[in-house]
Design a protein. Structure first.
Length: 343
């Protein structure tokens, strides 16, 4: 890859056209919450993440976009009555190059920083556009964006390079089961699903009991319907129960009777501050446009007591000059002092 990049550079570099860096207003959605806050971390500690495998929300399998989904079940809840579904906003880069259609080389350059980056490309009227999604979060991607920009500006004319910082927000809903993850409703004029499930339990030596109940969520459409569910006769864990539900769906074609119940509007709308990568000043923690000893002092104060001494998101980005996106530390203050001493 380096040989190909060197060859491209020697063949003639192009000029930079324009660069802008901004982030989407992820707080536009009123039912979003910031998953980087202590309150969120305390709440999510009561949940266990699990792999969906396409069983839930099968209409949303394509995660290669601005959003991706995580699934959780709550600890110490009998039978896993419901799961927590979170749709996260991923940061992404929009890059547009003129007169350069070597998508393989550009992709190699981008992926040399993180193999997990997902890249979509399109060519129209001499412009090749790349959308790069980062599902691991923004901590590394925002630093990679600056490095990728430096690499690509030597390779081609950059028409635009936009970084959308949207990580840290998610929309939450619940997937509920009535009354369990192996609950099913059926039309009694068509079949007796309870009998089929009983036979299935017997044939597979499952320690469950089939329980039936009246199912009348809306008598206009479900007049002849009845509900049934498999009640475990032992203390089954959620993931084990999920495997049973998956096997029933695979063997019998029965789908659980779950309905999404969205969390009420929490009335919060917060804009994630923009971070200007290209016009940032290394070490300028206080954002006054210059590097002074005051920046090192603020960093040490922030490290010692972040509740009292605040640094803006732009200031945090400017201050983190040691390491690669590992956060603000006393080492950054020391590096600033070294820079000032050598002036």
């Amino acid at each position: 890859m380096k040989k190909r990049l060197l060859s491209a550079l020697l063949s003639g570099a192009f000029l930079l056209s324009s660069v802008s860096v901004f982030n989407t207003d992820a707080g536009y959605y009123p039912d979003c919450q910031n998953c980087n806050t202590p309150q969120y971390r305390q709440e999510i500690a009561n949940y266990v993440e699990f792999e969906n495998d396409g069983f839930f929300n099968e209409g949303e399998k394509d995660t290669k976009s601005h959003e991706w989904t995580k699934f959780y079940y709550k600890k110490n809840v009998e039978d896993g009555m419901c799961i927590r579904v979170e749709n996260y906003y991923t940061p992404y880069m929009d890059i547009r190059l003129r007169n350069n259609d070597d998508t393989e080389l550009v992709s190699e350059i981008i992926k040399s920083y993180d193999e997990s980056y997902y890249i979509k490309s399109d060519i129209y009227d001499g412009i090749t556009s790349y959308t790069v999604y980062g599902y691991s979060g923004s901590d590394k991607m925002i630093y990679h964006a600056r490095k990728i920009y430096q690499d690509l500006k030597e390779l081609a004319e950059i028409v635009s390079f936009d970084y959308h910082r949207a990580d840290g927000w998610c929309r939450v809903n619940w997937q509920c089961f009535s009354p369990s993850i192996t609950s099913y409703a059926y039309d009694t004029t068509v079949e007796n699903r309870a009998e089929v499930l009983q036979q299935y339990i017997d044939d597979n030596n499952l320690d469950f009991t089939v329980v039936t109940y009246d199912y009348e969520p809306d008598s206009r459409y479900y007049k002849n319907y009845i509900g049934c569910y498999l009640k475990p006769n032992y203390d089954i864990g959620f993931e084990e129960h999920l495997e049973v539900a998956k096997k029933i769906k695979n063997d019998l074609g029965y789908t659980y009777m779950g309905t999404p119940d969205y969390v009420p509007d929490i009335g919060v709308s917060v804009r994630i501050p923009d971070i200007d990568v290209c016009n940032s000043i290394d070490g300028d923690s206080n954002g006054d446009g210059e590097l002074t000893v005051a920046d090192a002092t603020l960093i040490l104060q922030y490290v010692g007591n972040s509740d009292k001494y605040k640094i803006s998101p732009q200031g945090e980005f400017n201050a983190d000059i040691v390491g690669d996106g590992d956060g603000v530390s006393a080492l950054d203050a020391l590096e600033i002092q070294k820079i000032l001493a050598n002036r």
